[in-house]
Design a protein. Structure first.
Length: 334
């Protein structure tokens, strides 16, 4: 998506490498995207495609070593976050950019009460007094749908169900009303009923607070239901991005097409055979010099194996990194 002055977060040419004893792992390779205020951006792809590492790179959550950000810019409020001092990043994390981690069962500290963990960012980032932070913490629990919120402040995480813990995680992440909220597969460990409740909560929070949200998930159905735009990642790269309706109805990259084909469908009384993507995700021992998906792609040809496909703008803000998509686009506009 082209950069605009209205972007609340702008990422350019981000590259992240893990230095290992036996070599390097190139986890994120030249990732660029923009996030508009109030937008909900979905990020999808197989495990190991670089989704979580990309988002954790943005706000300095990766341990260094072994992680090293080789290049890129992450522009937020006129500042390149990759150049920010640790103290400044601590003010931004939790204060202006919230993060909901993947597993609600382990993300909360078991030895502190929920009230303490909710009040901590309020006191650190907003400078609230102990009493004011406690009152605001109770309001946040009520906002995310926890019954009897003032009493539950004194409870420990083990006294909450998985769904309630995830609600608490959202309450902590939005405590300071950040401009950007990054949610890393926040419903993966939850059953479908609780998942539906969390998704409805996100819709309400987004409407009420107007924050931009990045939602990382494996679930294409969730993305179809809540996102404005979607980014498809593979091999540490963005292979396709655009409005959800366009990407899902007319996918341009073979990987996006393969992902959509893996979604189970039921027709009549008999379900179709579940489709899979043959092969394995690539081992990223070096920066890619060709299409990372070509070993698994039934449509690959010699150029795919020898050249790196650039991202081609197809229509509006829909683009894809595929030679076939580029040729189809040229033919359509001829």
């Amino acid at each position: 998506m082209p950069a605009t002055n209205a972007s609340v977060l702008s990422v350019k040419d981000l590259k992240t490498v893990f230095r290992m004893r036996g070599g390097e792992v190139h986890a994120v390779n030249s990732v660029s995207f923009d996030l508009a205020p109030g937008e909900l951006l979905g990020v999808v792809g197989e495990s190991g495609s670089g989704k979580s590492v990309t988002m954790m790179s943005l706000i300095g959550l990766l341990p260094s070593p072994p992680a090293e950000i080789r290049s890129g810019r992450v522009e937020f409020e006129g500042r390149n976050l990759l150049e920010a001092e640790p103290a400044e990043m601590r003010r931004i994390r939790g204060g202006k950019i919230g993060f909901v981690f993947q597993d609600p069962m382990t993300s909360l500290n078991p030895v502190f009460t929920v009230g303490f963990q909710l009040a901590e960012p309020l006191r650190r980032h907003l400078g609230l007094s102990r009493a004011a932070a406690k009152n605001r913490a109770a309001e946040l629990l009520e906002l995310v749908g926890i019954p009897d919120p003032r009493r539950r402040l004194s409870n420990f995480p083990h006294q909450f169900s998985g769904g309630m813990r995830q609600r608490v995680m959202f309450a902590i992440a939005i405590a300071c009303e950040p401009k950007v909220l990054i949610a890393d597969e926040p419903t993966t460990a939850l059953d479908v009923t609780i998942q539906a409740q969390i998704l409805e909560l996100v819709r309400e929070l987004r409407k009420g607070l107007g924050m931009a949200i990045v939602w990382i998930t494996h679930d294409l159905g969730v993305i179809a239901g809540i996102s404005d735009r979607v980014i498809v990642m593979y091999g540490g790269q963005i292979v396709e991005q655009g409005p959800v309706a366009e990407v899902f109805s007319d996918p341009a990259h073979p990987y996006t097409q393969a992902l959509l084909e893996t979604v189970p469908a039921v027709r009549g009384r008999r379900s179709e055979k579940l489709r899979t993507i043959k092969g394995q995700a690539p081992v990223l021992e070096s920066s890619p010099s060709s299409c990372s998906f070509h070993p698994r792609c039934a449509l690959a040809f010699n150029r795919c194996r020898g050249e790196f496909p650039p991202r081609i703008l197809l229509e509006g803000s829909h683009d894809a990194a595929c030679f076939l998509a580029a040729e189809a686009n040229i033919a359509a506009n001829a």
